[in-house]
Design a protein around this ligand. Sequence first.
Ligand SMILES: CC(C)(COP(=O)(O)OP(=O)(O)OC[C@H]1O[C@@H](n2cnc3c(N)ncnc32)[C@H](O)[C@@H]1OP(=O)(O)O)[C@@H](O)C(=O)NCCC(=O)NCCS
Length: 357
Amino acid sequence: RLSGLQITAVVGCGAVAIAWFYYRRRRQHNDLTVFMPDKQGNEVIVRRARAKDVAVVTLDIADHSGTGSGTGNDDFFIQEFARAIEDPDYLVLFATDSNGKGLGTIQVVWSSDSESYWQSLRVAQVARKRGIGNVLFKVAAQLCMAKQGAGCVARWGVVSNNEIMTGWSARLGLHGPEMFRRYGAQPSSEPPLIPKGYTLRGAELADVPAIMRAVATWPVSQSSFGTQNFVHSGWGTFNEHALRDGIAGKCSRGISTPLPRVLLDASGSVVAFCMMAKLRFGESMFCMYRYADGEPSALKTLLHSLPNFAHAEGCDGTGGYVPTIPWLLDILDESPVFNRMTKTEQHEFHWSPRDYV
Ligand SMILES: CC(C)(COP(=O)(O)OP(=O)(O)OC[C@H]1O[C@@H](n2cnc3c(N)ncnc32)[C@H](O)[C@@H]1OP(=O)(O)O)[C@@H](O)C(=O)NCCC(=O)NCCS
């Protein structure tokens, strides 16, 4: 017969086991844990990344060959991984084997309620070509569907000379690529040249209806590229909500966003417009234009006013990504101040996650 003490011990152990089981289940749920086999049938566990994964990412997963970052050092990626884990606009996924060894990672950035931007995909050198990238892709698609519904759209941007990524994107049947080029200019104390009677200023709330009406007719938005560009988080399409956030100077990474720039002609009509952001890279501050649109000559004037704006904002440079529309490339290629920042292009692909679950 069991003594009172033994019964208490058995009941206690049972309670601890049940509590441990539920704790593990809840933690797996919060960690969004998914199990999926790699190409060889080995189990891969994909879960939300944690702060303690930073060390593994730094040592084993960051890409030092330069394929992903394009520079041969992955310092920015490592710094961003640590930051993104804490950012509610980011879902950072981390793949391990069944022993907990780190294999790879991807970041899903929630660009809007129905759009996500997938970036910073890295697989440890020793784990490559085993299908870990494919596992991360499928899990990310499942989680996008779960959060944003069947109508959601996902995108990634691939540097044009990354043949693994461009080839794989094509085989996956992703839509695109839509090609973008990066241009930049030095800050300048020269005041901008604007036609007589025109006004150049920060956008105000009263401008919102006129800007939204104009955007619907302007040539970049009407092109196959649409209004996509970098947005507050990730890459996505421009909308009125983003415009209102820009006018409110919504902070990004602790830096207040400069007001969107508008150019008005002598009659007071909005003839060109661009969204803006300020980004810090180490010691430097960069003034970035994002979605920019307008009639070609007005857009040329607006873009050429940005070096002076960057100077006024105390930035070390200005620039951004533009769609490869011939007349827009001509404006920048013929510019005395703008230069192409890279020989490569940014290839933007998009797809419906529901096609990949
Ligand atoms: C790109 C990368 C993430 C692929 O990871 P991975 O786990 O090896 O990928 P998978 O084994 O799942 O393969 C994915 C696809 O790429 C192809 N692929 C993988 N390695 C390849 C290589 N060295 N050469 C050509 N194709 C390759 C695979 O055939 C597969 O295509 P398929 O499904 O049509 O057959 C990995 O090589 C990496 O981390 N590279 C450095 C960082 C980088 O470039 N990241 C992307 C930044 S946008």
